[in-house]
Ligand binder design. Sequence first.
Ligand SMILES: Cc1cc2nc3c(=O)[nH]c(=O)nc-3n(C[C@H](O)[C@H](O)[C@H](O)COP(=O)(O)OP(=O)(O)OC[C@H]3O[C@@H](n4cnc5c(N)ncnc54)[C@H](O)[C@@H]3O)c2cc1C
Length: 234
Amino acid sequence: MPVEIKVKIKEVIQRNYNVKSFRLEIPGILDFQAGQFLLVKLKDDPQLKRYLSISNSPTEERYLEFTKKLTQSNFSKTLDNLKAGDQVTVAYPFGKFILDESSPKIAFLSGGIGITPIRSICKYVVDKNLGSDIVLVYSNRSAKDVIFKEDFDALAKSYPRLKVAYVLSEAELGFKCIVGRIDLQVIKNEVPDYQERKFYLCGPPQMVEGLHKLLVEELGVAKEMVVTENFQGY
Ligand SMILES: Cc1cc2nc3c(=O)[nH]c(=O)nc-3n(C[C@H](O)[C@H](O)[C@H](O)COP(=O)(O)OP(=O)(O)OC[C@H]3O[C@@H](n4cnc5c(N)ncnc54)[C@H](O)[C@@H]3O)c2cc1C
């Protein structure tokens, strides 16, 4: 059952040039599953509310984190000005983009800010040592758009069953990646056992829709093996 509470911002973390994470002080026990989202309300203005995924894992106790790509909207501008000690109202948890622990093999296909719930799930799997075999294919326009790279590097180091492949539209010297976008060939190369995996897709609706079609119609992946989260608004 979702709860609504007024909470203090504990910390603000600049992730890249236009993405910030906000860590909230949560009193009591954190009750959510990795991959779920919350509703963030700023002030009493009904326009200033957005659904945002929780980007930390329940294993990272004592705070709740959301991560927002900052645009020119009033919500983004107001959020961007908040600092530690300020208050926001959150309602949570919502959503079904959660790990199926009965599936031993998982593939995440993600674009841009759509990485937020996936960061939460991967951290949870590693902290709990669940044993799931994970391939993450994470696409962005350029290296400067990538967030959570240090986290994924650390997770992959301590949990060899996590493999991360970066896909960038624009190549960057020194950044190991596939140049282009997530297409049929990239999936075949990076997820050769795609028939054995449960897929989780998250990102802008157009991308999620395109990848879903590709998996189901071109690769013959069963619909029930594909879980999606659409970030309406991008
Ligand atoms: C389940 C869920 C989880 C999400 N998680 C994240 C997250 O972790 N991080 C993150 O940055 N964003 C996330 N989003 C998207 C977020 O809710 C906002 O829609 C987005 O951040 C744009 O908001 P904005 O205020 O910056 O820009 P806006 O100016 O509000 O949005 C930009 C454009 O999108 C349109 N738009 C905005 N909201 C919607 C909507 N709900 N439906 C259709 N069109 C819309 C606007 O009309 C405008 O054209 C999530 C969305 C959903 C539904």
